[in-house]
Design a protein around this ligand. Structure first.
Ligand code: GLN
Length: 487
């Protein structure tokens, strides 16, 4: 499948119709889903209807935006009015939202064609998409491996060209890590840049919606469409949104020399040598493109993981209290009193990982433990933020691997949650500090599995991330490689 701009040109030149493009995506979905399982629901009828509307506009000579007629996948934790939104949880197995999330509303207004809702770890808790209550999504580069998570369905769908772009959500790495595992681009925007209205809450101070795409330009186009102030989200930022595609240039040579800081602490124990080699080469390439490479220390970076696993479960335990079988979602049958209805509903409705988080969060927020755990974790969060602030006094953009390894085998880490948590070591601090981060393909290991380079920006400097990522991407061929599945 072509890029957004190429498809747009085909549409306005009337070489292809939006219905044809949508049908191509739907055919691909039909062909690959038995192996990939990236979608929880496919909205073919609605998609074709949306595509017809775009075609009608083109026929009547109306101007269309870049996203009009472009097939897109939406992670199934974003509310879509009249369409099942399950969060990959049994507890929401029958939940049809009566309202639309701001991001999907904006995309519909831009004429984008939603082809379906994508699979995720239950309530976005996980890093492999294996905690979904419904199905396990596989990695298009190797069907015996995980696509990463929690937005694994969206990442796999884009990598396998079941859609052109997709939305994911990132609380601790859930866009960047699956983008890295699936060989595509994924961006977590600055906290507050994209509205969370209608995003089912996991950890509200960390959650952020962002784009998946096969190229940096496509990701920038998608961010253009979803970013912006929303009065329905109290944490939404009132800022002017630039045109993110304006910062895309072939190299980094014009203007002041761009300083990129490599985070020292991300190298060493636990980092796969193949990943280290690939990102080190990427740093050389960025230097060739005109950037200045510095080595920077973020000494408290490594405390990100432990503080995240106090803060995120704490917030989750509060957010998930609403699933009690009363107002909506699954309700356990045959309970003889209210308390037993609650407990049976939650026992049957939530999976093991979600229960683990609720229990940890309830514990860390309890009287007597709050100061020792939650408050301490919040203080560590501030220290991590300060490390970033200090680093950004010296450099413009920070760089490190997105994940310490490439995609692992399905089932490899399911019995050891800690080993799964460790994979997010490099992405989590970015959420704790509310900064933007992007993952861009930077190589393949000897098994042909993709490797991702993470670039971290200052608050609201998505433009710089796109600039660096695009210049890098255009000077390499990683993004042109396709999984064998597509040949
Ligand atoms: N893997 C991390 C977790 O399990 C991050 C998830 C996310 O970003 N949604 O919490």
């Amino acid at each position: 499948m072509a890029s957004i701009r190429e498809l747009h040109t085909q549409l306005i030149k009337k070489e292809r119709s939006a219905v044809e493009i949508t049908q191509e995506a739907l055919d691909r979905i039909q062909a690959l889903e038995p192996q990939l399982h990236s979608f929880l629901c496919i909205t073919a009828e609605k998609a074709l209807q949306q595509a017809q509307e775009v075609d009608a506009k083109i026929a009547s000579g109306e101007e269309i935006g870049l996203l009009a007629g472009i097939p897109i996948g939406i992670k199934d934790n974003m509310c879509t009015k009249g369409i099942l939104t399950t969060c990959a949880s049994r507890i929401l197995e029958n939940f049809v939202p009566p309202y639309e999330s701001t991001v999907t509303q904006k995309l519909a207004e831009a004429g984008a064609v939603m082809v379906g809702k994508t699979n995720l770890d239950e309530f976005a808790m996980g890093g492999s998409t294996e905690t979904s209550a419904y199905q396990i999504t596989t990695n298009p580069w190797d069907l015996s491996r995980v696509p990463g998570g929690s937005s694994g369905g969206s990442a796999a769908a884009v990598a396998a060209e079941e859609c052109v772009v997709a939305l994911g959500s990132d609380t601790g790495g859930s866009i960047r890590q699956p983008a890295s595992f699936c060989g595509i681009v994924g961006l977590k925007p600055t906290y507050g840049l994209v509205s969370r209205y209608g995003l089912v809450a996991f950890a509200s101070s960390l959650d952020q919606i962002g784009p998946f795409a096969r190229t940096v330009e496509d990701a920038a186009i998608l961010l253009n469409a979803i970013a912006g102030y929303d009065p329905k989200d109290s944490t939404s930022l009132k800022v002017d949104i630039p045109d993110y595609t304006a910062s895309l240039k072939a190299d980094l040579k014009s203007g002041r020399k761009l300083k990129i800081g490599v985070i020292k602490e991300t190298f060493g124990e636990g980092l796969d040598p193949v990943v280290e080699q690939a990102v080190t080469k990427a740093f050389d390439q960025l230097k060739n493109l005109g950037a200045e490479i510095h080595f920077i220390s973020c000494p408290r970076f490594r405390y990100g993981l432990p503080s995240y696993y106090v803060i995120a479960p704490s917030e989750a335990s509060a957010n998930l209290a609403r699933y009690d079988g009363v107002k909506y979602g699954y309700r356990a049958p045959e309970a003889d009193n209210l308390l037993s209805m609650y407990t049976r509903t939650r026992a049957a409705g939530f999976g093991a990982e979600v229960k683990r988080r609720i229990m940890i969060g309830t514990y860390t927020l309890s009287a007597g433990y709050y100061d020792a755990y939650y408050l301490k974790a919040q203080k560590v969060r501030t220290l991590i933020k300060q490390d970033f602030e200090k680093a950004f006094e010296e450099v413009d953009v920070l760089a490190c691997p997105t994940a310490p390894t490439t995609a692992y085998k399905v089932g490899e880490k399911t019995t050891d949650p800690l080993s799964m948590y460790l994979v997010d070591l490099m992405t989590i601090p970015v959420n704790l500090a509310g900064l933007p981060g992007i993952s861009v393909p930077c190589g393949f290991d000897d098994k042909g599995l993709p490797i991702g380079l993470q670039l971290i920006g200052q608050v609201l400097r998505e433009d710089q991330l796109f600039q660096v990522a695009h210049a890098y991407e255009q000077s390499t061929t990683w993004h042109l490689r396709k999984p064998e599945l597509l040949s």
